[in-house]
Ligand binder design. Structure first.
Ligand SMILES: C[S@@+](CC[C@H](N)C(=O)[O-])C[C@H]1O[C@@H](n2cnc3c(N)ncnc32)[C@H](O)[C@@H]1O
Length: 201
Protein backbone atom coordinates (compact mmCIF):
# COMPACT_ATOMS: atom_id res chain seq x y z
CA UNK A 1 0.00 0.00 0.00
CA UNK A 2 1.27 3.51 -0.76
CA UNK A 3 -0.12 6.86 0.25
CA UNK A 4 -2.09 8.95 -2.24
CA UNK A 5 -3.69 12.22 -1.09
CA UNK A 6 -3.25 11.05 2.50
CA UNK A 7 -5.63 8.13 2.01
CA UNK A 8 -4.08 4.64 1.95
CA UNK A 9 -4.19 3.36 -1.62
CA UNK A 10 -3.93 -0.09 -3.18
CA UNK A 11 -3.64 -0.37 -6.96
CA UNK A 12 -4.67 -4.04 -6.70
CA UNK A 13 -8.00 -2.97 -5.15
CA UNK A 14 -8.58 -0.57 -8.06
CA UNK A 15 -7.88 -3.39 -10.51
CA UNK A 16 -9.98 -6.09 -8.85
CA UNK A 17 -12.93 -4.15 -7.41
CA UNK A 18 -15.05 -4.27 -10.58
CA UNK A 19 -14.65 -8.01 -11.29
CA UNK A 20 -15.34 -8.75 -7.59
CA UNK A 21 -18.40 -6.48 -7.63
CA UNK A 22 -19.83 -8.51 -10.55
CA UNK A 23 -19.62 -11.65 -8.40
CA UNK A 24 -21.00 -10.03 -5.23
CA UNK A 25 -23.92 -8.44 -7.06
CA UNK A 26 -25.00 -11.94 -8.01
CA UNK A 27 -24.34 -13.82 -4.76
CA UNK A 28 -25.33 -11.09 -2.29
CA UNK A 29 -28.52 -10.09 -4.12
CA UNK A 30 -30.72 -11.53 -1.36
CA UNK A 31 -28.42 -10.55 1.51
CA UNK A 32 -28.92 -7.57 3.82
CA UNK A 33 -26.04 -7.22 6.29
CA UNK A 34 -22.50 -7.87 5.16
CA UNK A 35 -19.55 -8.25 7.52
CA UNK A 36 -16.23 -7.49 5.85
CA UNK A 37 -13.15 -9.00 7.53
CA UNK A 38 -9.72 -7.44 6.93
CA UNK A 39 -11.05 -4.36 5.11
CA UNK A 40 -7.56 -2.98 4.40
CA UNK A 41 -7.50 0.45 2.76
CA UNK A 42 -11.31 0.75 2.59
CA UNK A 43 -11.45 1.05 -1.22
CA UNK A 44 -13.40 -2.20 -1.59
CA UNK A 45 -15.91 -1.23 1.10
CA UNK A 46 -16.63 2.12 -0.59
CA UNK A 47 -17.01 0.56 -4.04
CA UNK A 48 -19.25 -2.28 -2.89
CA UNK A 49 -21.45 -0.19 -0.58
CA UNK A 50 -21.88 2.46 -3.30
CA UNK A 51 -22.85 -0.07 -5.95
CA UNK A 52 -25.04 -2.27 -3.73
CA UNK A 53 -27.16 0.26 -1.81
CA UNK A 54 -29.53 -2.53 -0.70
CA UNK A 55 -26.76 -3.89 1.56
CA UNK A 56 -25.64 -2.62 4.93
CA UNK A 57 -21.84 -2.93 4.75
CA UNK A 58 -19.88 -3.35 8.00
CA UNK A 59 -16.11 -2.95 7.56
CA UNK A 60 -13.80 -4.43 10.23
CA UNK A 61 -10.06 -4.83 10.65
CA UNK A 62 -7.15 -4.76 13.06
CA UNK A 63 -7.11 -1.37 14.81
CA UNK A 64 -4.12 0.03 12.92
CA UNK A 65 -6.06 0.14 9.63
CA UNK A 66 -9.14 1.99 10.86
CA UNK A 67 -7.79 5.59 10.66
CA UNK A 68 -7.00 5.19 6.94
CA UNK A 69 -10.40 3.61 6.26
CA UNK A 70 -12.13 6.53 7.98
CA UNK A 71 -10.55 8.90 5.42
CA UNK A 72 -12.17 6.96 2.57
CA UNK A 73 -15.51 6.55 4.35
CA UNK A 74 -15.72 10.19 5.46
CA UNK A 75 -15.24 11.29 1.87
CA UNK A 76 -17.70 8.75 0.44
CA UNK A 77 -20.60 9.67 2.77
CA UNK A 78 -22.61 6.52 2.08
CA UNK A 79 -25.62 5.86 4.32
CA UNK A 80 -25.25 2.07 4.01
CA UNK A 81 -21.54 2.04 4.90
CA UNK A 82 -21.13 1.61 8.64
CA UNK A 83 -18.26 3.03 10.72
CA UNK A 84 -15.41 0.51 10.79
CA UNK A 85 -15.07 -1.71 13.86
CA UNK A 86 -12.00 -3.36 15.33
CA UNK A 87 -12.09 -7.10 14.71
CA UNK A 88 -9.19 -9.45 15.20
CA UNK A 89 -10.62 -12.83 14.24
CA UNK A 90 -8.55 -14.43 17.02
CA UNK A 91 -10.58 -12.57 19.64
CA UNK A 92 -13.27 -14.60 21.38
CA UNK A 93 -15.73 -11.72 21.29
CA UNK A 94 -16.54 -10.22 17.94
CA UNK A 95 -18.07 -6.71 17.83
CA UNK A 96 -20.77 -7.86 15.40
CA UNK A 97 -23.20 -10.71 15.69
CA UNK A 98 -25.92 -9.98 13.16
CA UNK A 99 -24.98 -10.57 9.54
CA UNK A 100 -26.18 -12.81 6.76
CA UNK A 101 -23.15 -12.47 4.47
CA UNK A 102 -19.40 -12.14 4.84
CA UNK A 103 -16.75 -10.81 2.46
CA UNK A 104 -13.02 -11.11 2.97
CA UNK A 105 -10.31 -10.41 0.41
CA UNK A 106 -6.66 -11.36 0.54
CA UNK A 107 -6.68 -12.28 4.21
CA UNK A 108 -6.08 -16.07 4.34
CA UNK A 109 -2.49 -15.82 3.02
CA UNK A 110 -1.64 -12.95 5.41
CA UNK A 111 -3.07 -14.32 8.67
CA UNK A 112 -1.45 -17.22 10.47
CA UNK A 113 -3.30 -20.50 9.89
CA UNK A 114 -4.73 -20.38 13.44
CA UNK A 115 -6.41 -17.11 12.48
CA UNK A 116 -7.82 -18.63 9.28
CA UNK A 117 -9.33 -21.36 11.48
CA UNK A 118 -10.67 -18.72 13.87
CA UNK A 119 -12.15 -16.76 10.97
CA UNK A 120 -14.15 -19.78 9.79
CA UNK A 121 -15.25 -20.83 13.28
CA UNK A 122 -16.18 -17.25 14.19
CA UNK A 123 -18.29 -16.86 11.07
CA UNK A 124 -19.75 -20.36 11.44
CA UNK A 125 -20.86 -19.64 15.00
CA UNK A 126 -22.57 -16.37 14.16
CA UNK A 127 -23.96 -16.62 10.62
CA UNK A 128 -27.43 -18.11 10.22
CA UNK A 129 -28.06 -21.08 7.95
CA UNK A 130 -28.33 -19.95 4.36
CA UNK A 131 -25.71 -17.21 4.77
CA UNK A 132 -22.90 -16.78 2.25
CA UNK A 133 -19.19 -16.12 2.72
CA UNK A 134 -17.37 -14.82 -0.38
CA UNK A 135 -13.63 -15.26 0.05
CA UNK A 136 -11.35 -13.62 -2.54
CA UNK A 137 -7.67 -14.29 -3.08
CA UNK A 138 -5.08 -16.65 -4.55
CA UNK A 139 -5.27 -20.36 -3.70
CA UNK A 140 -3.23 -23.44 -4.57
CA UNK A 141 -4.82 -26.64 -5.87
CA UNK A 142 -3.41 -30.10 -5.03
CA UNK A 143 -0.32 -28.40 -3.66
CA UNK A 144 0.38 -26.60 -6.95
CA UNK A 145 0.60 -22.89 -7.68
CA UNK A 146 -1.77 -21.85 -10.44
CA UNK A 147 0.82 -19.51 -11.99
CA UNK A 148 4.48 -18.52 -11.80
CA UNK A 149 3.45 -15.13 -10.47
CA UNK A 150 1.60 -16.79 -7.56
CA UNK A 151 4.72 -18.87 -6.80
CA UNK A 152 6.81 -15.68 -6.70
CA UNK A 153 4.18 -13.99 -4.55
CA UNK A 154 4.25 -16.89 -2.09
CA UNK A 155 8.02 -16.63 -1.85
CA UNK A 156 7.80 -12.91 -1.11
CA UNK A 157 5.14 -13.56 1.57
CA UNK A 158 7.35 -16.14 3.29
CA UNK A 159 10.23 -13.66 3.28
CA UNK A 160 7.95 -11.12 5.00
CA UNK A 161 6.84 -13.62 7.66
CA UNK A 162 7.06 -17.38 7.97
CA UNK A 163 3.37 -17.70 8.88
CA UNK A 164 2.25 -16.15 5.59
CA UNK A 165 1.70 -18.02 2.36
CA UNK A 166 -0.85 -18.97 -0.27
CA UNK A 167 -3.20 -21.58 1.21
CA UNK A 168 -4.22 -24.88 -0.31
CA UNK A 169 -7.82 -24.85 -1.45
CA UNK A 170 -8.23 -28.39 -0.05
CA UNK A 171 -7.14 -27.29 3.47
CA UNK A 172 -9.54 -24.36 3.40
CA UNK A 173 -12.33 -26.62 2.14
CA UNK A 174 -11.73 -29.12 4.95
CA UNK A 175 -11.80 -26.30 7.48
CA UNK A 176 -14.99 -24.91 5.96
CA UNK A 177 -16.70 -28.34 6.01
CA UNK A 178 -15.82 -28.76 9.71
CA UNK A 179 -17.53 -25.44 10.42
CA UNK A 180 -20.71 -26.32 8.52
CA UNK A 181 -20.06 -24.71 5.15
CA UNK A 182 -20.52 -26.18 1.69
CA UNK A 183 -18.71 -24.88 -1.36
CA UNK A 184 -21.33 -23.23 -3.55
CA UNK A 185 -18.95 -21.99 -6.24
CA UNK A 186 -15.26 -21.59 -7.00
CA UNK A 187 -14.91 -18.74 -9.49
CA UNK A 188 -11.81 -17.92 -11.54
CA UNK A 189 -10.91 -14.23 -11.35
CA UNK A 190 -8.34 -12.07 -13.19
CA UNK A 191 -4.67 -12.23 -12.13
CA UNK A 192 -4.88 -15.87 -10.95
CA UNK A 193 -7.23 -15.15 -8.08
CA UNK A 194 -10.46 -16.92 -7.11
CA UNK A 195 -13.68 -16.19 -5.29
CA UNK A 196 -14.71 -19.11 -3.08
CA UNK A 197 -18.41 -18.88 -2.27
CA UNK A 198 -19.17 -20.73 0.97
CA UNK A 199 -22.74 -21.56 1.93
CA UNK A 200 -23.65 -21.93 5.62
CA UNK A 201 -25.78 -25.08 5.96
C1 LIG B 1 -3.41 -7.98 2.28
S1 LIG B 1 -4.47 -7.13 3.35
C2 LIG B 1 -5.99 -7.19 2.41
C3 LIG B 1 -6.79 -5.94 2.58
C4 LIG B 1 -8.01 -5.83 1.66
N1 LIG B 1 -9.03 -6.79 2.01
C5 LIG B 1 -7.61 -5.98 0.22
O1 LIG B 1 -8.00 -6.94 -0.45
O2 LIG B 1 -6.87 -5.11 -0.25
C6 LIG B 1 -4.78 -8.28 4.68
C7 LIG B 1 -5.75 -7.78 5.71
O3 LIG B 1 -5.95 -8.80 6.70
C8 LIG B 1 -6.03 -8.15 7.96
N2 LIG B 1 -5.75 -9.10 9.03
C9 LIG B 1 -4.60 -9.75 9.30
N3 LIG B 1 -4.72 -10.50 10.41
C10 LIG B 1 -5.99 -10.33 10.85
C11 LIG B 1 -6.71 -10.85 11.96
N4 LIG B 1 -6.15 -11.67 12.86
N5 LIG B 1 -8.02 -10.48 12.11
C12 LIG B 1 -8.59 -9.65 11.21
N6 LIG B 1 -7.95 -9.13 10.14
C13 LIG B 1 -6.66 -9.46 9.98
C14 LIG B 1 -4.99 -7.05 7.84
O4 LIG B 1 -5.13 -6.08 8.84
C15 LIG B 1 -5.26 -6.53 6.44
O5 LIG B 1 -6.27 -5.56 6.42
Amino acid sequence: MSSKQDKPFSQACENNKTPILDVLQHYFKNSRKVLEIGTGTGQHAVHFARNMPFLQWQPTDLSENLPGQRLWFGEAQLPNLMSPLVLDVLDQNWPVSEFDAVFSANTAHIMPWTAVEAMFSGIGKRMPAGGLFCQYGPFNYQGQFTSDSNARFDESLKQRAQHMGIRDFESIEQLAFLQGFDLKQDIAMPANNRVLVWYRK
